[in-house]
Write a protein that binds this ligand. Structure first.
Ligand code: NCD
Ligand code: ZN
Length: 348
């Protein structure tokens, strides 16, 4: 039995760390164990321009130790009137890694997202031309579409036409959540790749709703059936180049999670790489963890993998329940808080 594994340092291709006190409380968990992370731009107000992203990156670096080797990668929040010239300038100056599409109102802080897909075509054409990545929250928000079908309908209605119109545009379908999505990614690679979260790998909707409503399982895209989960497990642990790590760790203050309209998102950064390791071990696929966590993502983004390493050991530890957040947010609960986690990072 493998009791210790050393892999290239992983990257998190989908991370929310918010701003101000929440940024301070949450980003260090990722910076300790990951080489790079794509910081999602859904702040209030959103990170819309290269200047916004440059300022946000500085705020992120300011909460980390001076000698950190961690690198935040910035994204541009796409709106109906994003300026292609600003996007190109931000990319060429090394500020933006990619552009992020939120369909308006699909998830947390997405009200300023895209409402008219024709209006974003000049930005997509520019990104295709300059080789910039397009990150997609792939859910159709037409109220006639059932929430469990949002990903599948988005693929049909929006994504397939986009890939045909912009065949040179490299895309990431983020937080893949369905069997239909897995099949689509396999058929559209290498143009489209997908990130997969720890919680879509570990839970189904019965865990969420079957024994009381457990609001901490609420996230977008919603956790789906066991059938979907098994397809995601198979995809992630296959080592196939089109699937890679993206935690979607998304801290919310307890009061917002438990409000009458509860916020979508789970804070999993403190246990993320450990949880992936557990899933891969349970499948007898630890040998593919490095491809999923540390190699496939950089390749899809056209970057080199990290040269540093991280070592995990089979050793029980108990995940902390929560993080304290200064100011009005007070605290955010941690995914798997209080649970015994069978893998521990011993070097990073
Ligand atoms: C994310 C958040 O809280 O910002 N929430 C979530 O449910 N995943 C946004 C997102 O990625 O959809
Ligand atoms: Zn997210």
């Amino acid at each position: 039995m493998t009791t210790r594994i050393t892999i290239r340092k992983p990257d998190d291709w989908h991370l929310h760390v918010r701003d101000n006190e929440m940024l301070k409380a949450s980003l260090p968990f990722t910076a300790q164990k990951f080489g790079r992370a794509i910081l999602m731009p859904n702040l209030v107000p959103p990170v819309r321009t290269a200047a916004d992203a440059d300022a946000y990156r500085k705020r992120a670096m300011a909460v980390l130790p001076k000698d950190t080797t961690f690198k935040p990668l910035m994204t541009c929040y796409l709106t109906d009137d994003t300026d292609p010239d600003d996007v190109e300038r931000g990319f060429k100056e090394g500020i933006f890694t990619g552009v992020k599409l939120y369909p308006a109102n699909a998830t947390t802080n997405s009200a300023a997202g895209v409402t008219d897909y024709r209006k974003i075509e000049p930005v997509l054409a520019r990104m295709e031309k300059i080789g910039m990545r397009f990150l997609i929250h792939g859910e159709e928000v037409d109220p006639a579409v059932d929430v469990f079908d949002r990903e599948a309908v988005f693929i049909e209605r929006r994504l397939i036409p986009m890939t045909k119109k912009f065949p040179g545009l490299k895309i990431i379908l983020e937080h893949l959540s369905s069997k239909i999505g897995v099949e689509y990614i396999r058929s559209s690679a290498p143009q489209v790749g997908a990130s997969i979260t720890p919680y879509h790998l570990r839970h189904n909707r019965t865990d969420w709703l079957g024994w009381g409503n457990r609001p901490y399982f609420y996230c977008m895209p919603v956790i789906k059936t066991e059938h979907d989960r098994l397809a995601l497990i198979d995809a992630a642990t296959s080592g196939d180049a089109c699937f890679f790590l993206g935690t979607d760790s998304a801290p919310h203050a307890v009061a917002k999670k438990l409000g009458v309209v509860g916020a979508a998102g789970l804070f999993n950064a403190p246990v993320a790489i450990e949880t992936y390791a557990q899933v891969f071990e349970e499948q007898g696929k630890l040998q593919n963890l490095e491809a999923f966590a540390s190699l496939n993502g950089p390749r899809h983004y056209g970057m080199e993998p990290n040269s540093e390493t991280i070592t995990l050991e089979k050793r029980d530890w108990v995940a902390p329940d929560e993080i304290k957040v200064a100011g009005p947010e007070e605290r955010a609960l941690i995914y798997r808080g209080g649970e015994v986690i069978p893998w521990k990072v011993i070097q990073s």
